[in-house]
Every structure is written in C-alpha cells, then in structure tokens.
Design a protein around this ligand. Sequence first.
Ligand SMILES: *[C@@H]1O[C@H](CO)[C@@H](O)[C@H](O)[C@H]1NC(C)=O
Length: 228
Amino acid sequence: MKMYEDLIRTTPDEHIYSDHTYDNVDVRNSFKNPFKRKTKRRLIVVLVVIVIVAVTIIFTALLLAKEKLSNTLETTDNQQTTSSNRKTTDTDTSNVNCATGWITTFGLRSCYLFSNDNKDWIGAQSRCRKLGGSLTDIETNNELNFLNHEVRSRFRVYWIGGTDNGTEGKFRWEPSGQPFTVTNWSPGEPNNAGNNEDCVYYNRQNGRNKWNDDNCNSIFSYICEIKV
Ligand SMILES: *[C@@H]1O[C@H](CO)[C@@H](O)[C@H](O)[C@H]1NC(C)=O
C-alpha cells in the first residue's frame, strides 16, 4: 500500500520532471542545430514520397504504352488485311479473290491466312488442312517476298510447311514432299540444335523475318495457304 502511495506521489513529479528534461534536451538540441534535424527528416520524407510517386508514374506510363502499342499493332493488322482485300477485289482483276481474313497479292495464285492463335507444327498443319489448305510452302521469289513483307509487319513467329523430319538436313515442304527451291535461312541456320529441330518457322526477331529450324513441339502462330 505504501509503495502504491509512493508511486502515486512520485509519478507525476517524475513525469513532469522527465517531460521537462526532455523539453530541455529538445530545446538545447534545437539551439545547437536549429534546422538540421527537422530539415533532414523532412528531406527524407519528401524523397520517399518523390520516389513512390515517380515509381507509380513510370509504372502507369509503361502500362499505358504497352496497351497503346498492342492497339496500334491490332489496327495495323486490320488495316493491312483490309487494304490487301481491297487490292485483290478492286484493282488486281487478274488476281484471285480470297475469303475474308485471307490475303494475297498480284501474281500469286494462292490465299494466305496468318493465324492469331498458336499451335505446335503438327497441330498447325492439321488446322490448315481443316480450313481447306496446308501450312504454306514457298516456291518462288515472288511468294517469298510477299510473305517476308507480311511477316515483317506482324509481331509473331509463324510456322511454315518446311520440315526435315526423318531426312535430317534435307528439307522439304509438307504435304507435297517437294524439296526447297528458294531459301531464306537466318545466319547459322538450320543448325538442328540439340539434335531436335525438324520444323521451320518464320523468325521475326530483329526484323530479320528469316527462317529457323526449331523443335516441332514448340508453340507458334502459323501461315496457312490455299492454292486456287
Ligand atoms: C516425324 O516423323 C515421325 C515418323 O514418321 C512421325 O511419327 C512424327 O509425327 C513426325 N513429326 C512431325 C512433326 O512431322
């Protein structure tokens, strides 16, 4: 009980005293250093806020830029499809008419579909067959130039109908079985890396739009061709 009373009696004094002391210390410190401490703390707070705001702005800007880019690409793809269709139907009377979504150009007797989905090489081949064609072969420079040009404007990797499955190093077009007459390999390709690359795709990396051999189980977009 006495201890308790002592506590009651002394605590307020101590409290006041300690407050007082604390005040004194504070006052002394601020006499010593009128701005430095507060300024330093504020500076740190401001810096932290600036960093947070900057990171938020950069992140948002990146998101917006990405969205805008993919919108632009979609628009470009649509415009190209539309203009190619118009070219086919309006100006090139000697050319073939292609179904919606399929494109061609002057001098070619085929229509081509650039897929928006991705499949392995066999899956792509069977999808093209279901559509009435096959994975594209490339038999002339005219056809090669047209496909190079189309691939360059699209940001995808496309399977084409070339393979050396079962005849390592001897590439042919499937399903015709015809050997390659024109080629467009990337430098150093085909290299059959890992002894496991038998199917040919259009590699869009660095705008090279060249061919590469790859594992037939890889998943890419694909170009179907219907000869008319
Ligand atoms: C490669 O050839 C084998 C044997 O004929 C066949 O089973 C396989 O499906 C072929 N793969 C491709 C991607 O054509």
